[in-house]
Design a protein around this ligand. Sequence first.
Ligand SMILES: NC(=O)c1ccc[n+]([C@@H]2O[C@H](COP(=O)([O-])OP(=O)(O)OC[C@H]3O[C@@H](n4cnc5c(N)ncnc54)[C@H](OP(=O)(O)O)[C@@H]3O)[C@@H](O)[C@H]2O)c1
Length: 308
Amino acid sequence: MNEPGINASTRVCGVFGWPIRHSASPAMHNAAFGGYGMNWKYLAFEVRPEKLREALLGARSMGFMGVNLTLPHKLLAMEMMDVLDGTALEWGAVNTVRFEGRAPDGSWHPLAGFDQNHPLELRAQGFNTDAAGLEMGLREDLQLGMAGLKVIVLGAGGAGRMAALKCASAGAQRVHVINRTTARAAEVAVEAARRFPSATIKMDYPSDSVDLLINATSLGLNPGDELPFDSSVFSLSRVGAVYDMIYKPAETRLIAAAKKAGCRTANGISMLAGQGALAFELWTGRPGPLIQMKRAAEQMIYGNECHF
Ligand SMILES: NC(=O)c1ccc[n+]([C@@H]2O[C@H](COP(=O)([O-])OP(=O)(O)OC[C@H]3O[C@@H](n4cnc5c(N)ncnc54)[C@H](OP(=O)(O)O)[C@@H]3O)[C@@H](O)[C@H]2O)c1
């Protein structure tokens, strides 16, 4: 027997990751589909990196509308796409795959645009919605655009690199890239300075105040973690707003210290919802309902626990 709301016409999206069971993406997207009354479902699939290519081909052949990719697949997928959108090329990673079909006139369209029979010719187009998701999160929670800001980015891994480059590309006045491994911060700083010469890129703490500090390190995920910056040389009293990409726990040690110092604060759940809302729009052609998706993610991650 079919589950209520699932039948032979249900359209399928999903997320591939390894591991994946913690993911809030099914809750976010299914809430959005439900809100629009769409007969679509979003599922999480545990896909080993060695099986990513097969899984993508399978999803394409079975008529999935699209999939999100999370760790460790975002870089691996770059060479598995038939076409890369400018966002994937810009950030060097794919977090959203849209399956597309070829119409009789030769043009390509999202599969959602084909009514019944899927076309024979299908392709996978790779996008990246992470950087724009961060931008949406900052606007939604802190009412901040990046243009003209002085920013500190803590971390130079995948998320730190993306945050520093995004700030520089969106017109930040100055970006300080700080990371435990200095060589990694230097790589990011060199790339940002080369690609976005109008931004000033620094690799030390500022001596003046900054508008925004973004934590893109994994420090804060565990209860005993220290602060992600060196409090002997820099003080949060010189920061206007703090955005911690970590969203579990809802209040990291950094967020607590920033509140105490009088900064405006937000955690990374709005970035998670932002990248999801943009993926939703790429698949369905409808605006992703950011607030509804954020609420669904909060409900899934925090339950009824108070997180403010
Ligand atoms: N909200 C969202 O949607 C979202 C999206 C992406 C990521 N994130 C979060 O962002 C964080 C970073 O993710 P990522 O993908 O960039 O991971 P990653 O590539 O593994 O990078 C980890 C970063 O954390 C630093 N780090 C790790 N342990 C440290 C320690 N003990 N002391 C100081 N620095 C330390 C690393 O510094 P080294 O270079 O020195 O190792 C590196 O800069 C994670 O917490 C992740 O949950 C959130």
